[in-house]
Design a protein around this ligand. Structure first.
Ligand code: ZN
Length: 425
């Protein structure tokens, strides 16, 4: 059955489109964007007053399967992604076992094919077991469907190993994504090192622990020519260094999470584990630098770093509980409220940050409404008011700092391969 989305404001940066139009999807592919389209027997959705965009891509998520199904599964995570307006997600390899071989990559691809409501693209590990020593089976993982390599959560500390990994990534034409953290500098830290950590007596994670790794890796990227991507960038110095590398013409990119521009260490309740993540919430000054980077183009993508942890683990004392928060369902709303509403970025830029930006790094063949493209569409509104109740989340986990917050703006419906997989009720 064809799908016809009528009367929305179609914003498709890839084809420089921004006008009120209809979008027709047939046989799972975009059939056309234009005025007064019709198709016999089509499912019609009236998008008047709403934005209609190419399906949003979240290039940094944790689906926890295999191995941690009590926290999330490919199925539950994909439903949470759909409820956040995402049609494609790229999942990090820190599962159990780690996705460091074609066997695990194939397992994820197969589970996603049978269970997921959105498109799932696995990211393979850089090193075996993400232990930072021996390179993983990069070529075999690529052949099995891996779209990038990363040891996310476990930075590659050994510069020699990282250099070799970049050389491999380059020869396989894969992006290499680093969680930038010098573990010696951050050791024992629970939150950003600043006035708040001192006040609350918590051990700090200095901004420099991110910056020194970014600096080292940018030099290695220059040496190797690899397509290098900084995950969840969070400090002003790191943003400045990436901007400088881009100016030199290096194929270097980075992403930022909604929480790193929407929150800061001074804007979190003391000892609340729903505000504990890595990198930690930085200073207000760093959050401003992240917003400026998203506006200027230095930061090309917004990614959630959706990191589910079950309540039993997040309910421990602050120092003991794991790092990470869930993020799918609040991402668009935070981007609208904190970036678009205060006029820091335009709506077109917002759509770029969720479509062409991540597509440029991951090369999934998505992120556009061009005829023939996959029939993936994200429909969202800037005026709708809604309250986030984490207990209604599609995720298996509840660790969000945004529970109970009323938002203006957010996802309204999600279409994958021409089928509505989620609608706001
Ligand atoms: Zn990470």
């Amino acid at each position: 059955m064809p799908t016809l989305i009528k009367n929305g404001r179609v914003i498709d940066p890839a084809s420089r489109t921004d006008r009120v139009a209809d979008v027709l999807i047939e046989d799972g592919k975009i059939a056309g964007v234009g005025q007064d389209l019709s198709a016999a027997g089509a499912e019609v959705f009236d998008a008047a007053g709403l934005i209609v965009a190419p399906g949003f891509i979240d290039m940094h998520v944790h689906l926890r399967e295999p191995g941690f199904e009590h926290a999330e599964t490919i199925e539950s995570g994909s439903r949470a992604a759909a409820a956040g307006g995402f049609t494609s997600v790229c999942c990090m390899p820190n599962t159990k076992p780690v996705n460091d071989s074609a066997t695990v990559t194939s397992y994820i691809v197969e589970r996603a094919r049978n269970k997921a409501v959105v498109n799932v693209f696995p990211i393979g590990a850089i090193t075996k077991g993400s232990a930072g020593e021996e390179l993983a089976a990069i070529g075999a993982m690529k052949a099995a469907g891996a779209v990038a390599i990363s040891d996310d959560g476990k930075p590659v500390m050994n510069a020699r190993v990282m250099r070799r990994a970049m050389e491999f990534a380059r020869s396989y034409d894969l992006p290499i994504i680093q969680h930038c953290e010098d573990l010696n500098l951050s050791a024992g830290g629970d939150m950003h090192e600043g006035a708040a950590s001192v006040r609350w007596g918590l051990r700090g994670i200095p901004a420099a622990s991110e910056d020194v790794m970014v600096a080292r890796d940018l030099l290695l990227a220059q040496l190797t020519g690899a397509r290098y991507h900084v995950a969840h960038i969070s400090t002003r110095n790191s943003v400045a260094m990436v901007a400088q590398a881009q100016k030199l013409g290096l194929p270097v990119t980075c992403e930022a999470t909604p929480h790193h521009f929407a929150l800061s260490d001074e804007r979190m309740p003391a000892y609340d584990s729903n505000y504990k993540m890595k990198p930690p919430l930085r200073s207000a000054c760093d959050a401003t630098a992240v917003m400026d980077g998203l506006a200027s183009g230095t930061i090309g993508a917004i990614a959630t770093d959706h990191a589910p942890h079950p309540g039993s683990e997040k309910m421990q004392e602050f120092e003991r509980c794991p790092f990470g928060i869930i993020g799918f369902e609040t991402a668009i709303a935070l981007a609208i409220e904190d970036l678009v509403a205060p006029a820091k970025i335009t709506l077109t830029r917002l759509v770029e940050l969720f479509t062409t930006g991540p597509e440029a790094v991951m090369r999934l063949g998505r992120g556009t409404l061009a005829p023939g493209a996959p029939g993936d569409v994200t429909i969202f509104g800037t005026e709708i008011e809604w309250t986030y109740d984490v207990n209604q989340s599609h995720s298996r986990s509840r660790n969000s700092p945004f529970h109970g917050r009323t938002f203006r703006g957010g996802p309204v419906a999600t279409v994958v391969n021409g089928e509505f997989i989620w609608k706001r009720v």
